[in-house]
Design a protein around this ligand. Structure first.
Ligand code: NAD
Length: 382
C-alpha cells in the first residue's frame, strides 16, 4: 500500500517535468498491483537515476551517458554495452582515430566535434544533458606525445579539464575517466605487481597528463557534487583496435598475420604486459556508472611477455612467422596489475588465448589488408 503511494507520487513528480526524449521503464515484482514495462516518453526527470527492479529482484539504473571517443576502439565497445543495458547514449568524437564504421546502428545523438572546440562541447552538454560522462577521447599515442607535447597537453589535459568543468556546471552526476598504466612509468621490477600505492613516475607527456587529470578529477569530486571513477587500464586489445594506437601490439600482430607478414618482436621479446580484453574494459566502464567511486586498476592480473603472445598467435595459426627488430629505447620491461585494486564487483572474464582467437578471427573476417596499410607502426606496449 505504502509502496503504491510512493510510486504514484514519484510518477506525478516525473510527469511534472519538462519534455525531452528520455524514457523510463519500470519493472516491478512487488506484492502491490504490478506495473509492467511502462514506457513514458516526452518528459525530463529531475532525478538523475531511474531505478528499476527486474523480476529477478536485481536493481538496474538507466542513465543518459555521453561517451567521448565513442567512435574509437574502447569507446565503440562501451557504447555497445551501454545500449545493450538500455542506457541512453550520446557520442562526442572528432573521428581523428575513430571511424563512423564503429558507430552503432541505433539512432543516437552524435556530436561530431573536437574536444578543443569549447563552444560545440558546451552545446553538446546543453542539448544532450548527460547524467554521466565516460571520457575516452584522447590523443592516444605515447610517441606522438613525445614528439608533440603541446598537442597532447591541449587534448589530454586542457580539453579534459574543460570537459570536467562543463560536467560540474551542467549537473553531471558521475564522470568516468580512462587513465593508463603509463602513469606509473618505469617501475622497478621489484615493485611489481603495480598497485594503487606504487609511486607514479610517468615518462611521457601522455602519462603525465593522464596523471594530472586524475588529480584534478579527485580534487573536483571533493569540492563539488561530481562523483568520479578513474580506471587505469592495462594493455587493452580486441576487435576494432587501430594498430597505431596506444599499446596496439595485438592489433599489429593481427595486421601482420592478415598480410602474411612476420610478427615483429622488438628486442628479445621478454618485456611483459598485462593484457585485458576490450569487452571486459567496456563492462568495467559501464559498471563504473553505479559502482563505488575511486581509482582502480583495470587489468587481468596476468603477466605475458611479447614472445609468449607471439607464441599464442602461432598456436592459433601455424603458418605465422616471427621476426625480431631492435629494442625500443626506454621500453618498460615489465607491467602487471595487482588483482587487489580492481573496480569493485568487476572481474575480467576473457582469458588471453580466447581473446586473441576472437580478435584474429575478427581481422580475418572484417578487415581488408589495405584498411590499415597507411597506419604507422609506432610501438609495442605502453
Ligand atoms: N588501448 C589501450 O590499451 C589503452 C590503455 C590505457 C588507456 N587507454 C585510454 O583509453 C581511451 C580510448 O583509447 P582507444 O584505445 O579506444 O583509442 P582510440 O584512438 O580508438 O579512441 C580515441 C577516440 O577519441 C577520439 N578523439 C581523439 N582526439 C579527439 C579530440 N580532440 N576530440 C574529440 N575526439 C577525439 C578519436 O577519434 C577516437 O574515436 C583513451 O583515453 C586512451 O588514452 C587506452
Amino acid at each position: 500500500m505504502c509502496l503504491t503511494a510512493v510510486l504514484t507520487l514519484v510518477y506525478i513528480l516525473f510527469m511534472r517535468q519538462r519534455a525531452s526524449t528520455t524514457h523510463l521503464t519500470v519493472l516491478c515484482s512487488v506484492p502491490t498491483p504490478r506495473i509492467d514495462s511502462i514506457t513514458v516518453r516526452g518528459y525530463r526527470s529531475r532525478f538523475h537515476y531511474y531505478l528499476c527492479r527486474r523480476d529477478s529482484g536485481e536493481m538496474e539504473v538507466y542513465m543518459r551517458v555521453l561517451v567521448t571517443g565513442g567512435a574509437g576502439f574502447i569507446g565503440s565497445h562501451t557504447v555497445e554495452t551501454l545500449l545493450s543495458q538500455d542506457h541512453e547514449v550520446g557520442i562526442l568524437d572528432n573521428f581523428s582515430t575513430g571511424t563512423p564504421a564503429n558507430l552503432p546502428p541505433n539512432e543516437i545523438p552524435i556530436f561530431a566535434t573536437d574536444l578543443r572546440n569549447y563552444d560545440s562541447v558546451a552545446q553538446a552538454f546543453r542539448s544532450f544533458r548527460p547524467e554521466a560522462v565516460i571520457h575516452l577521447a584522447a590523443q592516444v599515442s605515447v610517441p606522438e606525445s613525445l614528439r608533440n607535447p603541446r598537442l597532447d597537453a591541449e587534448v589530454n589535459l586542457i580539453a579534459a579539464l574543460n570537459l570536467i568543468d562543463y560536467a560540474v556546471h551542467s549537473g553531471v552526476r558521475r564522470f568516468i575517466f580512462a587513465s593508463s598504466a603509463a602513469v606509473f612509468g618505469m617501475t622497478d621490477p621489484g615493485e611489481l605487481p603495480l598497485t594503487l600505492s606504487t609511486p607514479t613516475h610517468p615518462l611521457s607527456p601522455y602519462g603525465r597528463n593522464k596523471l594530472l587529470v586524475e588529480k584534478f578529477l579527485r580534487t573536483e569530486s571533493l569540492s563539488s557534487s561530481l562523483e568520479s571513477v578513474i580506471l587505469r587500464y592495462g594493455n587493452v586489445y580486441g576487435p576494432r583496435q587501430n594498430p597505431a594506437g596506444e599499446g596496439g601490439v595485438v592489433a599489429k600482430f593481427c595486421q601482420a598475420a592478415v598480410l602474411g607478414e612476420p610478427l615483429l618482436i622488438e628486442g628479445n621479446g621478454l618485456q611483459t604486459r598485462d593484457f585485458i580484453y576490450v569487452e571486459d574494459i567496456a563492462r568495467a566502464n559501464v559498471l563504473s556508472l553505479t559502482a563505488a567511486t575511486g581509482t582502480y586498476l583495470a587489468g587481468s592480473g596476468q603477466e605475458h611477455s611479447i614472445l609468449q603472445l607471439a607464441q599464442l598467435f602461432r598456436e592459433l595459426r601455424a603458418n605465422i612467422r616471427l621476426s625480431h627488430t631492435p629494442a625500443r629505447p626506454h621500453d618498460i620491461p615489465r607491467s602487471l596489475f595487482a588483482p587487489d585494486d580492481l573496480p569493485v564487483g568487476w572481474h575480467p572474464k576473457v582469458r588471453l588465448r580466447q581473446g586473441l582467437a576472437k580478435t584474429l578471427a575478427y581481422w580475418e573476417e572484417n578487415v581488408q589488408p589495405h584498411d590499415y596499410s597507411s597506419c604507422q607502426v609506432l610501438h609495442v606496449g605502453h
